[in-house]
Design a protein around this ligand. Structure first.
Ligand SMILES: Cc1ncc(COP(=O)(O)O)c(C=O)c1O
Length: 375
């Protein structure tokens, strides 16, 4: 059997919507983008969302809009995709890593508080694998020290913790619609905000700092535009939004299938020697973006190759980023700096998880993992 790491859900509804976008004259940011943004804000229960080219773009703009730049420190996790820390550098600020919780792999809130200095301007938690960080505790800390919170919600579109979704307690939440995300247009992203006042600034930042978008310029009598600040070119197009609108409407349906698969994995691996996995804590609905098993680091790569040889495509999410060449050299990190993140990073294997996995494929994955680890 050959099982892909990921298969998207683009089907008839998405293709029809895409064709209607292609038949219209307006391919860039316009009505379909606005429709998607409205639906996304309503799904998340927040004031506004702005569609962007990627989550990377969203993180970058969130930092700029919240006035974070040179001389500032941003506390974040080393157990994440490099985009999280890279965007702090793009904004001119310094990422300050703190270690993660051993149960979830999420930013350890106590360590985050201890890392605050007079240069700290923000905390950038990542809701790893779809499990939200303790946002209530982080909000309290942020309020106490007058910090901003930017949530990296690339894995957590559908998550809820203590009744709050991404974007409901943070100052900004950043989403990804990259090729392997639960809804996707190949490359895409969005930023969600509670404070509607940031909306105009973020839109300008996403379009070179122009005072009018192409849609504004196209409709009605021509109006001159100005450039009010230095922005970037990060806007989401109607073509991308056309693919996302129908998927967003079915996001909970997809999640319930992933939840079912995760529960099967958890049950099957509960008593398997040498295999553990992150916990979903009480009062939490995980977006179930990735299912990872944590195994003995000494055999991780060997077991991963065995899974691949059996036709199961796997991935590593993530080797701790402070030990990647650039960060290690830039900040002179040594192994042992963040032991929990390093241990998880060297023991993790991500199994296929998506709503299109069939029961037969799930059975095969379970049987193969059990067989490989029982040896
Ligand atoms: C945790 C995390 N943050 C940020 C990103 C960046 O997302 P994008 O590819 O949309 O820029 C990713 C992408 O996979 C991610 O997993």
């Amino acid at each position: 059997m050959k099982i892909e790491f990921y298969r998207h859900n683009i089907g008839k509804a998405e293709k029809e919507k895409l064709l209607s976008a292609l038949d219209s004259i307006f391919l860039t940011t316009g009505e379909l983008t606005y429709e998607f943004e409205k639906n996304l804000a309503s799904y998340l229960g927040i004031a506004s969302t702005i569609g962007l080219m990627s989550c990377t773009a969203a993180l970058h703009l969130a930092l700029l809009a919240l006035n974070i730049g040179p001389g500032d420190e941003v506390i974040t996790t080393p157990l994440t995709f490099i985009a999280t820390a890279n965007t702090i550098l793009h904004a001119g600020a310094k990422p300050v890593f703190v270690d993660v919780e051993p149960t979830t792999g999420n930013l350890d809130v106590n360590l985050a508080e201890k890392a605050i200095t007079d240069k700290t301007k923000a905390i950038l938690p990542v809701h790893l694998y779809g499990h939200m960080c303790d946002m209530k505790a982080l909000r309290q800390i942020a309020d106490k020290y007058e910090l901003k919170i930017i949530e990296d919600a690339a894995h957590s579109l559908e998550s809820v913790r203590d009744g709050y979704r991404p974007g409901q307690l943070g100052d900004a939440a950043c989403f990804s619609f990259y090729a392997t995300k639960s809804i996707t247009c190949g490359e895409g992203g969005a930023i969600g905000i509670r404070d509607k006042n940031l909306d105009e600034l973020l839109r300008k930042l996403s379009l070179h700092g122009m005072s009018r978008s192409a849609a504004d310029r196209y409709h009605g009598r021509y109006q001159h535009w100005d450039m009010e600040l230095l922005g970037w070119k990060y806007n989401l197009s109607n073509v991308q939004a056309a693919l996302l609108i129908p998927q967003l409407a079915r996001v909970e349906e997809y999640l319930s299938r992933r939840e079912e698969i995760c529960q099967r994995y958890e049950k099957a691996f509960m008593d398997l020697p040498g295999v553990s996995y992150p916990k979903v804590l009480p009062n939490t609905k995980s977006a179930r973006h990735l299912f990872t098993i944590w195994v003995d680091p000494k055999v991780r790569d060997e077991k991963m190759f065995e899974l691949q040889s059996a036709g199961i495509n796997v991935a590593v999410n993530y080797r701790a980023i402070h030990l990647l060449k650039f960060y290690k050299e830039e900040y002179s990190f040594l192994p042992g700096s963040f032991p929990v993140a390093e241990r998880i990073g060297s023991s993790t294997i991500t199994l296929p998880l998506y709503s299109k996995l069939t029961d037969e494929e799930v059975n095969y994955i379970i049987e193969t993992v059990r067989k490989i680890f029982k040896k």
